[in-house]
Design a protein around this ligand. Sequence first.
Ligand code: EAX
Length: 331
Amino acid sequence: MSRRMVLYGLASILALLPLLTAAPPASSQSITLRIGHTTAPTHPYTTMAQKLAEQVKAKSNGTMNITIHPSSQLGGERDLMEGLQMGTVDMMSCSLGVAASFVPELTVMNLPFLFKNAKHYTEVTKGPIGQRLLKAVESKRLVGLGFYAPVFRVPQNNVRPINAPADFKGIRFRLMEVPLHMDTYRALGASPLPLPFGELYTALQLKTVDGNENAPATLYSERFYEVQKYVSLLPVFSNGAILLMSQVTWNKLTPQQREIITSSVPDALAVGDRDYLAMDEKGIEVMKAAGLGINTPADLKPFQAAVKPIYDKYLEKMPDWVKEAFREIQK
Ligand code: EAX
């Protein structure tokens, strides 16, 4: 072999080297996904995300990392939803209230006094209706990974306990910016005001609003009880959540990475459900101990009667399959 040939051979090996080293198969490339939500690091949205991160990391041999951003660090729920659509945020847990402002079909889940209990919500969301709703999310540049949080949003305020619809009169409740929620509280006689969740504690403290409504777990995790007097265990809306991913992010993942995520979701959501139910109970205990008045209205019927027009108004706009789903849920 001539010296020239050796040199030529060496040169071509050197030229190939970057190709051999620089581009490992996509599946072994490390990625980091950001998940955001509005609630505190002690809240079930965080423990769900921790479980998801842990499983995804283990199954991917450490190549897939999920960083968790609680307490509205990446913005409120509307900001996060927009972030998902643009691909600047990868994942989030979103209240069904705000999620329905982006995916109208989800509105059916927000009808007042719809679900009888946690079991009812779970059956619907884990069954064919839940599947269909997760599919509907895809037309909005989102990927629906699952539903969780089988608890209810209840009113808390500084004026009086709510035992009958008349007790709502004139109380300024902070609500999420969700038209169906606002209309419902108006129908009950309250004066609703939309505010981002991140501003709620201060608004309650400064008495910009008299009350708010959330799951007892959240009233506890956000310490709203420090600045509120009464909690009425009136299950006005579902406090369900949907775990969402950005379609922009999803499209960048390999089939193997997608599989790692989807196979990790059920266990993570189960942790979220378990912790939500437990924290709801604990929250009631803590609020009782903190001296809040806690009451359970004896009769739901007058409340249900007052919000009847909400059903007609919002179902009317829904596609037939959603109306059908509603009838199925109500059976
Ligand atoms: O989803 O805004 C709210 O009251 C929500 O419950 C909160 O962002 C968690």
